[in-house]
Design a binder for this molecule. Structure first.
Ligand SMILES: Cc1ncc(COP(=O)(O)O)c(C=O)c1O
Length: 437
């Protein structure tokens, strides 16, 4: 629909100021092609955040649209419990080849939040099946974002996302976050702070390592604003997990599929987790889909323990491995391969980060962080927290650049198909807007 709807009331928008949006600040987008969105007024926006970290290949790729169209005409739905369809298996095979180490098994959902819930349940089940049912605790991290469902916000650590919703699930404890002042303006990883991984050891000392089922972290804290891991931090988490039999889960909903310059953050930081979540770029954002890459040791333990005709994992979604999503996922992977998108992301990282860190001289900028094609700028607050950030997102929108803001932090994650000239336009606009504050 390319006209402004008469009535905006009924749609309760997520993570949005509905009041502000519906009283004249209506950012209505009607077209997205490549890296350019158009609004209903015909105003053009360069997308500097790949939608919402979702569309590294650019919007409205005809290859993906055609594959989905074809699939919907062939079979638009298939019940995923006790039945399958070919493209779900083919996509799982191809993703398992992309995943590091022994993450050879793929369980589907439709959102990042579902993928996170799935990992937490797999962790509990795995230990239960192994006869270690006392492992009921889950470790998360301050400032972590693991989606909005009860498990995810419980292990997550973004205050606004949890403070109004009760106590969350029991048995969750948190490590400190890794965004420490010593690592200001860090690129790729922080030079300081490896000792923060010892928080996990302290939790083992306090609660008993054998009461902990899993530790979940984002290799790079995405939604909070590109919180980079200190050098050696993720490796140390891995060691502590190994020492205590704890599963290590990487939530790669943002960092998966090339965002840090390699297929997964696990590759970039050379640490092997037991499970990886993915979503967003998996279908280039075209159709909702997520997945969990699961280690062979976990899959085999759980599946081998099930009775011959019995269900092994009492979990799944009506839309797990939906045919349209699988078609979109396969077409997305085809483009990744044909156009060497991982190579492109890697090659574009330095031109992106060099331009990004050039903004360091702006007086309003208090800190910056970046890796691959993911970066964040902290702005000096203007009164209540988030006011400056909200202003920045509005002003940048008016000047034709789409970014994502969390609090007073502006986030960038351009599409891998960007040219350097696109980056120039993005950063010229950013400089123009931010130097006005
Ligand atoms: C690391 C991480 N986990 C989980 C989620 C939740 O994904 P969704 O919004 O698709 O439920 C997000 C969303 O940004 C995320 O960044």
């Amino acid at each position: 629909m390319r006209i402004m709807p008469n009535d905006l009331e009924a749609h309760w928008m997520p993570f949005t100021s509905n009041k502000h949006f519906k009283t004249g600040h209506t950012r209505m987008m009607t077209e997205g092609k490549g890296i350019v969105y158009k609004t209903y007024q015909g105003h053009e926006l360069i997308d500097a955040v790949s939608g919402l970290f979702c569309s590294p290949l650019g919007h409205a790729r005809p290859e993906i649209a055609d594959a989905v169209h074809k699939q919907l005409l062939e079979m638009s739905y298939c019940p995923p419990f006790q039945h399958g369809h070919p493209s779900a298996f083919e996509l799982a095979r191809r993703i398992s080849q992309l995943l590091p180490g022994n993450l050879d098994y793929v369980f589907y959902g439709s959102s990042g939040s579902e993928a996170v819930e799935t990992t937490l349940k797999i962790a509990l089940l795995y230990h239960r099946v192994k006869g270690e049912g006392q492992r009921l605790r889950l470790v998360g991290r301050e400032k972590g974002y693991h989606g909005v469902n009860f498990g995810g916000f419980s292990v997550g650590g973004m205050v606004k996302n949890r403070e109004m919703y009760g106590l969350g699930i029991p048995g969750v404890v948190h490590m400190r976050h890794t965004n420490i002042p010593e690592n200001k303006y860090a690129r790729d990883e922080g030079a300081h702070g490896v000792e923060l991984a010892e928080d996990l050891q302290r939790l083992c000392d306090t609660y008993g390592g054998d009461t902990i089922a899993a530790c979940i972290v984002e290799p790079v804290g995405g939604s909070v604003g590109a919180y980079l891991p200190p050098k050696g931090y993720l490796k140390r988490l891995r060691e502590i997990c190994d020492e205590h039999g704890i599963l290590l889960i990487f939530d790669e909903v943002i960092t998966g599929f090339g965002r840090t310059g390699n297929p997964f953050g696990a590759n970039t930081y050379e640490v092997q987790p037991d499970m990886i979540t993915m979503a967003k770029a998996m279908t280039n954002g075209a159709i909702p889909m997520s997945a969990v890459g699961v280690g062979e040791h976990i899959y085999k333990t759980i599946v081998d323990a099930a009775p011959e005709k019995g269900v092994d994992f009492f979990h799944g979604y009506t839309y797990s491995g939906h045919p349209a999503a699988c078609a979109a996922g396969l077409a997305t992977l085809d483009i990744f391969e044909k156009e060497d998108m991982f190579g492109r992301a890697k090659a574009l990282s330095n031109p992106f980060l060099d331009r990004f860190f050039d903004l360091k001289d702006l007086p309003i900028v208090t800190n910056m962080r970046g890796v691959g094609l993911l970066a964040a700028i902290d702005l000096a607050p203007d009164g209540a927290p988030g006011t400056r950030g909200y202003q920045a997102v509005m002003d940048l929108y008016d000047k034709g650049v789409l970014v994502k803001v969390t609090g007073d932090t502006v986030m960038l994650s351009p599409a891998f198909i960007c040219e350097e000239s696109d980056l120039d336009r993005i950063f010229e606009t950013l400089r123009g807007v931010l130097s006005g504050y």
